[in-house]
Structure formats: structure tokens, C-alpha cells
Design a protein around this ligand. Structure first.
Ligand code: ZN
Length: 344
């Protein structure tokens, strides 16, 4: 089984799992080879495998889409047809096959846009697409968690500047989500309110770590932030997933995503790289008391468009470390205008 199908291996030293996708070596790379900066690139790029009408790896041709466009990743780390299988040698070597599905979501037919450069209505269409995909994937019997995320920028390993994100549907609940399921359940058990509702209320009352907010969402640099300009986007209503948002809530999400990503771009006057992703309750039909919809933004930049933070040395060995305080980072982000620097 090992070296053939996607599988997870257990690390008995730190009790965590690693996803191994042995078949995924021929992925295309269109990140750093771009020779023109994204800001000035053209709306259509004939060599981009995500632009409308273009051929993807394996010869499939994209439709001439005009809004969002979703397809199964041609180089998926997880595959639905993966057979069940387990490998075990004593207490040290433990692995099991992992099935799932990897979707790619093009946010726009325009090669030259990013969330920060899209209108609220267009971002709302992305939110609606995330909701549809989440509902469809969650309804499948062997899907226990759905991870919606976006890798932006070559600095974050994004292989193509065309605005897009990914959705990985997993047959088991990944460690990262499971930890937050457990902590939120314990908090709810003790306080009968969700951890993140109490947290956003606390932050709104203190103001010093709030970046921006609207009627439906609050964005803060969390008290415990690791990355210099890390942000946590929290739904004001304690809903477990995007599906429980009202129409106004979905619009509010599009609006706050635009405002936050514009602030990020304005910080160093660059198309700001980050990894962002939503945490939503597992989709295995169990009840998850206290699970509260939110998104994490992890940007790598520290002082300028080129100076990035590395997680190395002590941080890999012991614990993360930061210099600029979360309060100072929040105050910098808060002071920025919400009009994009390229529009001024
Ligand atoms: Zn989370």
C-alpha cells in the first residue's frame, strides 16, 4: 500500500499525522516563472492552465467560464477511489490509506485579479461557490471534513497567480481541525457559550487588536498570533459552517474579505501573499457543540514586500517566536485605508 496510494502516516514521537501523496510529483509550476508582476499582467494569459478556454494538464480544456469555475484537481493529493488499507508494524510504523477529493475553485475568469482587486459582488459569488461545494462534499458518505483554503503568491508556494483556491475533502478529520474541535467543545462545556463568541466580544470591547469589522464579521490579530500579520476572521453569530450564514451574512463575508485583503495589499504596497482557510465543523454528522465558523490568515511578510518571516531554528524545535507584537501589527493594519493603493 505504501508508495502507491495517498495515505497518512503516524508520528509516534509527537502524536500527529502526515499526509503522503506519492503519485503527485508531476505538478505544473506557474508561480515564480511569471516575468511580469501580477499588478500589470493581462486579464487573459494564453499559457495559464486556469484561464477560460485553455488546456489543463492531461489535455482537459476549461470552459469559457464567466464567473467562478470549479473542477477536480488534476494532481489531487487525495483521491476518491483510494482503497481502504492499513499498515502496521508494532507501535512504531503505522499508516492507513486516505481517500478524499481535491477541488480547485477559480475565483474569476480574469487572470490579473485577486480577492483584493475584485468587487464585493464577485467575491460574493466565490462565497456562494464555497457554500455549494461544501454542501455537496459534506453530503458524500466518506467525507468527514472539508477544508476550504487559498494559497496566494509564489512566496507561499502557489503555483499559479490566477485567482483561485482549493477545497480538500477528507475521509478523516485532520489534526489541525481536530485540535480546534476539542478546545471549542471543552470551552462550550464549561461556559455554555462558544469560545470564539466570547473572544470576539472581548476583542471588540478592548479594540486594540481589532483590524476591521462589519455587522456579521470581526477581524482581529489574535492575542496568540504567530505570523507577524496573522489575522483571525470570526463570524459574529456562532454558526458551525458557511451554510448557516444568512444571505446578508454571505454578503458581509464578501465585504470583509475585500476590506481585509485590501488592507493587506496596502501594508507593503504589494500583492500580499498569504495562506487563508476556513475552519468549519466536521461533516461526519456528529454534533459539535461550540464549533464556531472562522477563518485564519497566515501571511509570511514581516517588514516589506520582500522581507519574510521564516519558521526555523528554535521555532521548528521548540515553539514559534515573534518580534512585532500582535497589538502593534493590528494597529498598523487598522491605520491603513480601505481604498486599494493601485486605485489612488
Ligand atoms: Zn481554526
Amino acid at each position: 500500500m505504501i508508495n502507491q496510494h495517498p495515505h497518512v502516516r503516524f508520528n509516534p514521537l509527537n502524536q500527529s499525522w502526515v499526509l503522503v501523496s506519492p503519485h503527485r510529483t508531476e505538478r505544473p509550476w506557474q508561480g515564480l516563472v511569471e516575468d511580469t508582476p501580477q499588478e500589470t499582467s493581462l486579464p487573459y494569459n494564453p499559457s495559464c492552465y486556469l484561464c477560460p478556454g485553455n488546456a489543463r494538464a492531461g489535455g482537459v480544456r476549461n470552459p469559457h467560464y464567466s464567473g467562478t469555475f470549479v473542477f477536480d484537481n488534476d494532481f489531487a493529493a487525495l483521491r476518491p477511489e483510494t482503497p481502504a488499507g492499513e499498515f502496521r508494524e508494532g507501535d512504531l510504523l503505522l499508516a492507513r490509506n486516505e481517500s478524499g477529493r481535491c477541488r480547485v475553485v477559480c475565483f474569476s475568469p480574469r487572470h490579473d485579479l485577486t480577492l483584493a482587486r475584485m468587487e464585493v459582488e464577485a467575491i460574493r459569488a466565490v462565497v456562494d461557490t464555497w457554500c455549494e461545494e461544501f454542501a455537496q462534499l459534506a453530503a458524500q458518505p466518506n467525507v468527514r471534513a472539508v477544508q476550504i483554503f487559498e494559497n496566494r503568491g509564489a512566496l507561499m508556494g502557489c503555483s499559479n497567480p490566477h485567482p483561485h483556491g482549493q477545497i480538500w475533502a477528507d475521509a478523516s478529520v485532520p489534526d489541525g481541525l481536530l485540535r480546534e474541535v476539542t478546545s471549542q467543545a471543552a470551552y462550550f462545556e464549561k461556559h455554555r457559550r462558544t469560545l470564539l463568541e466570547d473572544y470576539w466580544r472581548l476583542e471588540i470591547s478592548k479594540e486594540e487588536r481589532v483590524v476591521c469589522a462589519n455587522e456579521h464579521f470581526v477581524v482581529v490579530v489574535p492575542f496568540w498570533a504567530v505570523w507577524p500579520f496573522e489575522c483571525l476572521l470570526i463570524s459574529r453569530r456562532p454558526v458551525p459552517s458557511l451554510l448557516e450564514l444568512t444571505a446578508a451574512g454571505r454578503h458581509g463575508l464578501a465585504e470583509i474579505l475585500r476590506r481585509l485583503t485590501i488592507r493587506y495589499d496596502n501594508l507593503f504596497k504589494t500583492s500580499f501573499p498569504y495562506t487563508m482557510g476556513f475552519h468549519q465543523q466536521p461533516t461526519d454528522r456528529n454534533v459539535y457543540p461550540g464549533f464556531h465558523l472562522h477563518a485564519h490568515f497566515y501571511p509570511p511578510l514581516l517588514r516589506s514586500a520582500t522581507v519574510r518571516k521564516f519558521m526555523v531554528g528554535y521555532e521548528l524545535m521548540a515553539m514559534p517566536q515573534r518580534d512585532i507584537t500582535p497589538e502593534a501589527a493590528a494597529s498598523q493594519l487598522r491605520a491603513l485605508p480601505e481604498l486599494h493603493y493601485l486605485d489612488t
